[in-house]
Design a protein around this ligand. Structure first.
Ligand code: GDP
Ligand code: MG
Length: 441
C-alpha cells in the first residue's frame, strides 16, 4: 500500500516556484498572441504587467513547464478580466415599458440584434416586446426591423413617414405604455464612422427615453477599431453593456478585452450568426480561450492541477487511515469539499466508508458553514490545530473574535471534528477487514 501511494506522491511532487525570468520569457509569446487577437496595445501592456506580478512566485506543477504554467495563469486572469464566471444578464429592473437603446456603427448588427433580443425576451422571459426602428437614414431600415419582428413573432411600431428619430422614440414609449408592453427596444441608425451628428442624435434619443439598457453593438471583425467606437459611445451616452456580433466568424475577439477594460461595461451577449436565435450569453471562458489561442496548454495544466488535488486527497486518506488526523487536515478537507461539493474524493479512498459517506451527505453540508469553519481553523494557532483538546474558554473566545464567528460556532466545529475523527476510527477498523480481503477500494 505505502509503496503504491509513495509512487503517486513522487510523481506529483511540486516543481518549485515561477521565477521572474520564467514569467518574462513566457510573456513574450502571450503578448504576441494578445496583439494578434486584436487586443489594444495599452490594454495588453496593463494586462501583462498585472499578471506578471501575480505569476512570479506561483507554484509550478511538476507535470508542466513554467511556460505552460504561466499560460494557465494568464488564461485565468483573462477570464476574470472578461467578467469572470457568468454573463451579466440584461437589466429588466425598471418600470414597464422598459426601454432598451441599441447603438453602434452602421452594419454592426444593431437591427439584427434587436430582433434577436426581442425573441430571447419573448421566449425565455415571457416578455411582451415592442420593436421600434428609429433609423430614418436608410429607407429600408424601418421595414427591415418590421420584417424581423414578424419573424420573431413580436410587435413592431407602425411606420409613420416623415418623423424624426426623437419623435419616433416618443411615440414608441407612448405606445409601450398604452398597450402595456414590458420592453421597448429602440433600434437606432448608425454611421460608417463616429461623427458628431450621430452622437447628438443618440443623446437626444437617450434623453427622451431614459433607457434601462444602452447596448453598444460591435462587430467582432472590426478588430482594433472597436475600442475607439466603444470609447466614443461610452463618453456620449454611457453604455450599460456590449453585444459582440459575428463571433461565428474567425475574429478572435480581443476587442472584448479592450472594450471591457476601457469602458468598464460588461460584454453581455454574443451574436453567433445571422439567424434570430443565434444570440448567446457572453462566455468569458470561451472568449478567453479564443483570444489566447492556447487551449491545449490550459487544459494540460488543468489536468495536472487535478492530479495535485488527487495527491492531497490521497495524503489525507493515508493520514486518516493511520488515525493521525488533526484540524489542519480537517481544514484541508473542508477546502476540498467546498470545491468538489461532496465528500466523495477523500472518503471514497478509505475502504468501507460508504455508509458514513451517506450520513455525511445527508447532514446537508452547506458551503457557507464550511467557509466559516475554515475561518475558525485559520484563526487557531498551530498548537491548537494539532491538539484541539487545549481549546479552553479563553482560547475559544479569541478564535471566535478572530474569525468573526461565535464561541458556539467554535464549539460546534470542535464537536464535529471529534465526531469525524470517531467515524474515521470506525472506518479504519472496517477498512482493515477490507484490506485483508484485497486492498484499497
Ligand atoms: P445594423 O446596420 O447595425 O443595423 O446592422 P444589421 O443588423 O442590419 O446587420 C448587418 C449584417 O450583419 C446583416 O447582413 C446581418 O445578417 C449580419 N449580422 C448581424 N449579426 C450577425 C452575427 O452575429 N453573425 C453574422 N454572421 N452576421 C451577422
Ligand atoms: Mg440597422
Amino acid at each position: 500500500l505505502s509503496g503504491k501511494l509513495g509512487d503517486v506522491f513522487d510523481r506529483l511532487r511540486r516543481r518549485g516556484a515561477l521565477s521572474e525570468s520564467d514569467v518574462i520569457e513566457a510573456m513574450r509569446d502571450i503578448r504576441l498572441a494578445l496583439l494578434e487577437a486584436d487586443v489594444a496595445l495599452p490594454v495588453v501592456r496593463d494586462f501583462i504587467a498585472k499578471v506578471r506580478l501575480q505569476a512570479v512566485g506561483a507554484e509550478v506543477l511538476r507535470a508542466v513547464s513554467p511556460g505552460q504554467q504561466v499560460v494557465k495563469i494568464v488564461n485565468d486572469a483573462l477570464v476574470d478580466a472578461l467578467g469572470g464566471e457568468g454573463a451579466v444578464p440584461l437589466n429588466l429592473n425598471a418600470a414597464s415599458p422598459i426601454p432598451f437603446l441599441m447603438v453602434g456603427l452602421q452594419g454592426s448588427g444593431k437591427t439584427t440584434t434587436s430582433g434577436k433580443i426581442a425573441l430571447l425576451l419573448k421566449e425565455k422571459q415571457r416578455k411582451k416586446v415592442l420593436l421600434a426602428s428609429l433609423d430614418t437614414q436608410r429607407p429600408a431600415a424601418q421595414l427591415q426591423l418590421a420584417q424581423l419582428a414578424e419573424r420573431a413573432g413580436v410587435a413592431s411600431l407602425p411606420i409613420v413617414p416623415g418623423e424624426t428619430p426623437v419623435q419616433i422614440a416618443r411615440r414608441a414609449m407612448e405606445t409601450g405604455r398604452r398597450e402595456v408592453f414590458d420592453v421597448v427596444i429602440l433600434d437606432t441608425a448608425g454611421r460608417l464612422a463616429i461623427d458628431q451628428a450621430l452622437m447628438d442624435e443618440v443623446k437626444a434619443i437617450r434623453d427622451v427615453t431614459a433607457p434601462a439598457e444602452t447596448l453598444l453593438v460591435v462587430d467582432a471583425m472590426t478588430g482594433q477599431d472597436a475600442l475607439a467606437t466603444a470609447t466614443a459611445f461610452n463618453e456620449a451616452v454611457s453604455i450599460t453593456g456590449i453585444v459582440m456580433t459575428r463571433l461565428d466568424g474567425d475574429a478572435r475577439g480581443g476587442a472584448a478585452l479592450s472594450m471591457r477594460a476601457v469602458t468598464g461595461a460588461p460584454i453581455k451577449l454574443m451574436g453567433m450568426g445571422e439567424k434570430l436565435d443565434a444570440l448567446e450569453p457572453f462566455h468569458p471562458e470561451r472568449i478567453a480561450g479564443r483570444i489566447l489561442g492556447m487551449g491545449d496548454i490550459v487544459s494540460l495544466v488543468e489536468k495536472a492541477a487535478e492530479n495535485v488535488d488527487q495527491q492531497k486527497a490521497e495524503q489525507l486518506a493515508k493520514k486518516m487511515a493511520r488515525g493521525k488526523f488533526d484540524l489542519e487536515d480537517y481544514a484541508e478537507q473542508l477546502k476540498q469539499i467546498t470545491k468538489m461539493g461532496s465528500l466523495s474524493g477523500i472518503m471514497g479512498m478509505l475502504p468501507g466508508v460508504g455508509k458514513i459517506k451517506q450520513q455525511l451527505a445527508e447532514a446537508d453540508l452547506d458551503t457557507s458553514i464550511l467557509k466559516r469553519q475554515a475561518a475558525i481553523i485559520s484563526s487557531m494557532t498551530k498548537a491548537e490545530r494539532a491538539n484541539p483538546d487545549i481549546m479552553k474558554a479563553s482560547r475559544k473566545k479569541r478564535v471566535a473574535a478572530g474569525s468573526g464567528t461565535s464561541v458556539q460556532e467554535v464549539n460546534r466545529l470542535l464537536k464535529q471534528f471529534e465526531q469525524m475523527k470517531d467515524m474515521m476510527k470506525r472506518a479504519q477498523k472496517l477498512g482493515q477487514k477490507g484490506l485483508a480481503r484485497g486492498g484499497l477500494a
